[in-house]
Design a protein around this ligand. Structure first.
Ligand code: TRP
Length: 336
């Protein structure tokens, strides 16, 4: 029997802001675990990032920082493909093709487009509109079976599947139809200031999120000033919005100590919120410390980073080109 082929995974993060504790817990940490069982590719999605105006020098810096952070968190560039999206022109090329197989109406329904165009009303550019098509190209180029993403990205996975199915129906099996891979419930980290909302790196209020780059005393301070409730009872009630702040602290503690929110709640039963916050702050700082030490080492080593992304780009190009050429041939482009 043929050796069993590993299933493929593709995912990425935009270098658009500070990577938060939420990104780490909800995404990167889980990717680290997937590396042995799947053939993984993870990318810095800089082409998506320019759908919103960026400061060029900052964006360059953040892209490298993001890559260093991935590696510091445990993404092993010898095991997983790590690259920068704009280094592989196949993404733009397939995106153009797929644009011609995507309907305006489909894109108009995307909630992220509606949200972002409301937030950036002065810059509703065509890229923001066709963003999901580029994302579909990202995924389909690598013939990914699974795409680990947060719930907010599931609609984009759905449209990617629709586009791929439409293309395959016309031309045969060109693309693997990918499936979204949702992170386990309970690992979704909420804003520290508005705990019914997801912790987000684009939150205008920095107190709402813990950045993986924050000073340790800032991290502790942010957690200690997390919004809770006036009930004064430590209980895990995941369906009770009034308890959202405490639920979030319990979830963070559970992840950082390999426990469950219920167990953490039992451990702290009868204690004040201050005690819980102090313990969560300490657990988070202790958890982030070794990552930061690694990060500080890696970010200084520009030659190492360049080597990783240069090799990454080559591999990414080689893999993606196979798919691109297949699609080009099917639609009638001359490829040789
Ligand atoms: N849109 C994703 C986000 O903002 C980032 C992204 C771009 C992505 N292309 C992707 C994620 C492909 C997974 C697969 O989070």
């Amino acid at each position: 029997m043929e050796a069993e082929k590993k299933k493929k995974i593709f995912s990425g993060v935009q270098p658009s802001g500070n990577i938060t504790l939420g990104n780490y817990i909800g995404a990167i940490r889980n990717w680290v675990r997937l590396q042995d069982d799947y053939d993984c590719a993870f990318a810095m999605m800089d082409m998506h990032t320019i759908t919103v105006r960026q400061t060029p020098a900052e964006m360059r810096k953040r892209t490298l920082e993001l890559m260093a952070l991935y590696i510091a968190c445990g993404i092993d560039p010898e095991k997983s493909l790590l690259f920068i999206q704009s280094h592989n022109s196949a993404h733009a090329e397939l995106a153009w093709v797929l644009n011609c197989y995507t309907y305006m109406g489909e894109l108009q329904r995307m909630t992220q487009f509606k949200d972002k165009s409301a937030r950036h009303a002065d810059n509703i550019n065509a890229g923001l509109f066709t963003y999901p098509v580029l994302m579909a190209a990202d995924i389909l180029l690598y013939q990914a079976d699974y795409v680990p993403v947060g719930k907010d990205q599931m609609q984009h996975i759905e449209i990617c599947r629709d586009i791929a199915n439409r293309f395959n129906a016309l031309y045969g099996n060109v693309f693997t139809i990918p499936e979204g891979m949702l992170v386990k419930a309970g690992a979704k980290i909420m804003s520290l200031q508005e705990p019914t909302k997801k912790m987000s790196k684009s939150d205008p209020n920095p107190k709402g999120y813990v950045s993986m780059m924050d000073d340790f005393n800032v991290i502790a301070k942010k957690i200690k000033s997390a919004v809770t409730d006036s009930e004064g009872v430590i209980e895990y009630r995941p369906d009770d919005d009034a308890k959202a702040g405490i639920n979030n602290l319990l979830s963070i503690m559970a992840v950082m100590t390999d426990s469950t929110p219920e167990k953490v709640a039992a451990d702290f039963a009868g204690q004040g919120y201050g005690a819980l916050k102090g313990a969560v702050a300490e657990a988070v700082v202790e958890g982030i410390k070794p990552i930061r030490a690694e990060y500080d080492r890696i970010i200084k080593d520009k030659a190492y980073l360049k080597d990783i992304y240069t090799r990454g780009a080559e591999t990414a190009h080689r893999i993606a080109d196979r798919t691109l050429k297949k699609a080009y041939k099917k639609i009638g482009f001359i490829i040789d």
